[in-house]
Design a binder for this molecule. Sequence first.
Ligand SMILES: C[S@@+](CC[C@H](N)C(=O)[O-])C[C@H]1O[C@@H](n2cnc3c(N)ncnc32)[C@H](O)[C@@H]1O
Length: 338
Amino acid sequence: MFDTAPQFQCPACQAWGPVVPETTDCTACKAPFPRTEGILDLRADRSRDTLLDLDSYDADHGVGQASRRIATTYARLLQGAGVARAAHVLEIGAGSGNLTLGLAQEPYFESILSTDISAGFLKRLIGRLSDTGAGNVSLALVDGNSLPFHPGGFDAVIGHSILHHIARFEDTLAQCHKLVRPGGACVFGEPILDIHAFASLLAQNILLAAEMSGHVFGKKERQVLTAVAGRSAIKHGNLMGDRDALAQVEDKFQFSIDRMAELGRSLGFSEVTCLNRGTKMPLGLRAMDMLRRVCGQMKLDPGFLTPFDGFAEALSTTYGTPLGLSDRVQFGFFVFRK
Ligand SMILES: C[S@@+](CC[C@H](N)C(=O)[O-])C[C@H]1O[C@@H](n2cnc3c(N)ncnc32)[C@H](O)[C@@H]1O
């Protein structure tokens, strides 16, 4: 499928070989490559899987509906980072194809190797790819903690909503730096801590005000507010805490834009930017918008928040205006240029 295939490391003898997923045996040691449910399996530990439920993930995220638009964003960001031609692209955490289906149709991406830790998700992706008739995507089971590919073999390494699932994402990013050729780039779309922290602050303020005024919330209303109030602190704590203990948590982190940029530069990337597509919605309104959206996900009418709209305005005046944070949205695209 690849004209000049990126090289994989044979799990049996560690030899590099220009192997493609269709190849059945290692050219060096002749051992058959392991497969799980028919998919080339390059995981060191084949018992590893995601904790996500495939069907509810698919339904909640409308997988496939926005793929073309998402892929175009990745293409533009890579072009902007100086990658004129993406002949060989590695995708980490492809899941059931939210980005991959778009990559397959976007002419900028020539040969795509899409990987994930979960056989279930990749099986669903195979079905979807065969519906599109795309022939430029190869699939392999790979744990993002350990990427068994030859250094410099890719023009780009990308992933949509994956780094925050990887306990030691710093190591993954360091490996990505090695995997892209000089002049290549990596792009990862990830949740951003900054605005989530303000949504948490808003939820905390609302809970506090209710307590002081004797306002009573329904059980589910209190649950949502309490969950949002604690979420940023928990995810930030995860960054500081025991990473091994995070094996049982799927959504582990939210990232600070500035800290991610520092990390990227410390790993040797020449430039790190973050596309954080904001509208000019004031910070407080954006935080309130997030809170309302969480209510929607929990099938809770967000109307109970209306009496607290003033808190959102106060958040804009207190923090948004002086800090210039009005355009921070909850999801951003980090671009790492090598
Ligand atoms: C939020 S989903 C994103 C999937 C897809 N990119 C999308 O946008 O819908 C996270 C994906 O990361 C995968 N994943 C979780 N931990 C992983 C790991 N250590 N290595 C590779 N993939 C992993 C999960 O199986 C899941 O498919």
